[in-house]
Design a protein around this ligand. Sequence first.
Ligand SMILES: Cc1ncc(COP(=O)(O)O)c(C=O)c1O
Length: 286
Amino acid sequence: MSFVYLDGAWLRPEEALIPVGDRGFLLSDGIYEVTPAYRGRFFLMERHRARLLRGMCELRIDADITRVERVHEELLDRNELRDAEISYVYLQITRGVAPRSHAFPTDPVAPTVYAFAREYVRPSLERWNAGFDAITVPDRRWARVDIKTISLLPNVLAQQAAVDAGVKDALLVRDGVALEGAHNNFFAVFGETVVTHPNSNVILPGITRGYVVELARELGLEVEERPIQVEELARADEAFFTGTTTEIRPTVEIDGRPVGSGAVGPVTRRLFAAFIERLERHAAAR
Ligand SMILES: Cc1ncc(COP(=O)(O)O)c(C=O)c1O
């Protein structure tokens, strides 16, 4: 039996209802965060919390999130996910319910806070070893995608384009630059150099991205945070996406053309092995 959290109440999903005046529903006026847990232990929780707080500041949504960690923990318990290999909590905060107008409500309203937990199943090692494919899709998003807003229509359409093309990921391209995926960050590998777009207003500062950059440096790999031209992909040896529900996903084909040899490469393998080892250690410390 599953339970969700809505404004202080624990409810069955079908009982959790949002008023039609909610600004998230009417105007996409809200923010979200997704935090993973490995065998019931949240991973990089402080970084996810910091990104959430930064987004709330940017959007001037004033919610009390002092109990947010407690809600995360309770979601795992109430949904019997404490022993799941991988699970995650989705948390969404909207500006709240008010008569529809573009500007913020003049009388302060309570933000709407909603959260649910789910299990995530990693692809089998056999599937991972085969690698995944992607297509490039024009980036049609706004100029502040560094804020994790619930306004995701261009991401939805890009991901659907990938589904329609029968591939796994959508690589968003703007002005000839490969920025990130529709719901994950993108890396290309040239020899022993790992390259990803620098954090700025044109990508989401992925928590997994940051962690993988640190991990790559620890493994002695060169890391360059710079724009990746789409034309460069023809010369890339390897490519992969990162994200909370992507982890490290190797891409062996983009727009029907092989990346490097067309097989998962050694740098991606090293990074993934080290990543899994860290997660194991993290989970074991529970
Ligand atoms: C557009 C976009 N880029 C990157 C990411 C990856 O971020 P994280 O590693 O924090 O999950 C996400 C995650 O939802 C995303 O939506």
